[in-house]
Write a protein that binds this ligand. Structure first.
Ligand code: ADP
Length: 271
């Protein structure tokens, strides 16, 4: 009948669509894999020449320091080259870090880590950056007993990026609060670790909140753009969270501040 024929056509049509979708999905996957590979290769290739530029720059600075005839233009140019080189260094280092997430974590390095102790260390390490902007970072976290099974370097990356963003995008003299706690997990006899990084700074427009975790994404907001950054920090944070089977969420309002909440599966005691 006509009805049967049209039903068959529909099925054929749906199947055709499904095949096309599968093919384009595959192509997208391949394109994404290719892109990642390209980024990793480029970062590796840039590393050595960049190190050479840095080395020669140091030599030149030492050499010119002993040259009384060096004028202010030369000094200014040197400082400019120094700044640009450090920025390139940061980008390449972040790209290499990102590329490492293409592979699984080194199982030899994965062990229960005291997240509270690590958090206190990280915040101490950011004191110079916070002082420079007159920002106070308050940590509400137990030093012991909050355990996450991970490579400590990954956890450090997560904490450094989130806390340093909160400091960078705070107003001068502002305050950042970092909360860390455990709670029962969704599965009985498991725990969940919740980290909240709260700032009262410039905030993020709703339309931009989805894009923050993309590589190289930086807000167009001039207040954000005036801060140094590579746009890779949150991409790295997201990779860490994924690797640990966790979750990350952002709540923010422009002019009011931001809250980044990370939930990670807790680990048993390190016995
Ligand atoms: P960047 O190196 O630029 O800080 P990130 O990947 O860490 O890169 O962050 C991407 C962008 O997200 C930033 O450029 C900034 O626009 C925005 N952002 C991140 N954290 C915050 C925050 N706490 N408050 C406001 N904006 C933020």
């Amino acid at each position: 009948s006509d009805e049967e024929a049209s039903a068959a056509l529909d099925i054929g049509h749906d199947l055709g669509r499904a095949v096309l979708n599968a093919r384009s999905f595959e192509r997208e996957q391949q394109a994404a894999a290719y892109r990642q590979q390209l980024i990793a290769t480029m970062a590796h290739e840039l590393k050595n020449p960049l190190a050479a530029v840095g080395g020669y720059l140091d030599m030149l600075e030492d050499f010119l320091a002993e040259e009384p005839a060096t004028g202010p233009e030369v000094q200014r140019s040197l400082r400019g080259i120094g700044r640009a080189t450090r920025r390139l260094d940061d980008i390449v280092a972040d790209l290499l870090t990102l590329a490492r997430f293409d592979e699984a974590a080194d199982p030899a390095l994965v062990a229960p880590q005291e997240l509270g102790a690590l958090l206190h260390e990280v915040v101490e390490g950011l004191a110079v950056q916070a002082d420079a902007r007159d920002v106070r970072v308050r940590v509400h976290a137990p030093s012991r007993g909050v355990l996450v099974s991970a490579d400590a370097a990954d956890l450090e990356r997560l904490l450094v990026n989130l806390v340093s963003n909160a400091v960078k995008y705070s107003h001068e003299g502002g305050e950042v609060e970092v909360h860390l706690e455990t709670r029962p997990g969704p599965v009985p006899a498991t725990t969940e670790v919740v980290l909240r990084v709260v700032d009262h700074g410039i905030g993020i427009a709703a339309a931009e909140q989805q894009r923050l975790f993309e590589e190289f994404y930086r807000s167009a907001d001039p207040a954000a753009a005036s801060q140094p950054g590579t746009g890779l920090g949150l991409a790295i944070v997201q990779r860490v969270v994924r690797r640990l089977d966790g979750d990350i969420a952002v709540e923010s309002a422009p002019g009011e501040g931001s809250v980044f909440t990370v939930t990670l599966p807790g680990s048993g005691s390190p016995t």
